[in-house]
Design a binder for this molecule. Structure first.
Ligand SMILES: Cc1cc2nc3c(=O)[nH]c(=O)nc-3n(C[C@H](O)[C@H](O)[C@H](O)COP(=O)(O)O)c2cc1C
Length: 162
């Protein structure tokens, strides 16, 4: 029997998206890969550049990925929201790999707004509709209130590949 596989790809600058990505991976036994941006995004100058580049939808330089998305039945893509936009490392990843996606799902983490637009943008970038979406607020992650919605999201992934 063919083994069905899920790959989770995410970018996280300050850890929120990473927390959700790990929780999803643990509950569905998925492979997990963090996208690494070659540019530094932590000092004051790089923060301003990040805001500018997010608004401009610029591509960035990311490190080569370990897992080939075309080996997976579902690729789950996770991003923080930056200025109502997809983070640039995830934008760059999707543009380079979208021809390799069989089915996709999206999740994002955010402070308070922009999640509806983000999902529309992700769908346009990837060129297909997702099988599931999940938006998790930072405040819910801080207070560990995300578990129920992560579980529902994971169930949708598992049901889809049965
Ligand atoms: C430059 C920048 C822009 C942001 N813009 C938004 C935004 O438009 N809407 C929002 O809800 N949160 C926004 N946030 C908050 C992040 O989306 C949120 O903290 C996210 O969980 C960070 O994920 P990470 O910890 O995985 O990097 C922004 C954060 C940064 C650094």
């Amino acid at each position: 029997m063919k083994v069905r596989k899920i790959l989770i790809i995410y970018y996280s600058r300050t850890g929120f998206t990473s927390t959700v990505a790990n929780e999803i991976a643990n509950s569905c036994g998925a492979d997990l890969e963090s996208i690494r941006d070659i540019r530094r995004r932590f000092d004051g100058k790089s923060y301003l550049r990040l805001v500018f580049e997010a608004a401009m939808h610029s591509d960035t330089l990311i490190r080569r990925v370990r897992y080939a998305p075309d080996n997976y039945d579902v690729v789950v893509i996770g991003t923080p929201i930056w200025c109502w936009n997809v983070s640039n490392p995830i934008r760059t990843y999707i543009k380079s790999h979208r021809h390799q996606f069989k089915r996709i799902a999206f999740f994002c983490t955010y402070g308070g707004s922009g999640q509806v637009k983000i999902f529309q943008d992700l769908e346009k970038l990837a060129g297909q509709a997702p099988i599931a979406r999940l938006a998790v607020k930072d405040s819910d992650i801080k207070n560990e209130r995300q578990h129920e919605e992560v579980k529902e999201f994971t169930e949708k992934l598992n049901n889809c590949i049965l």
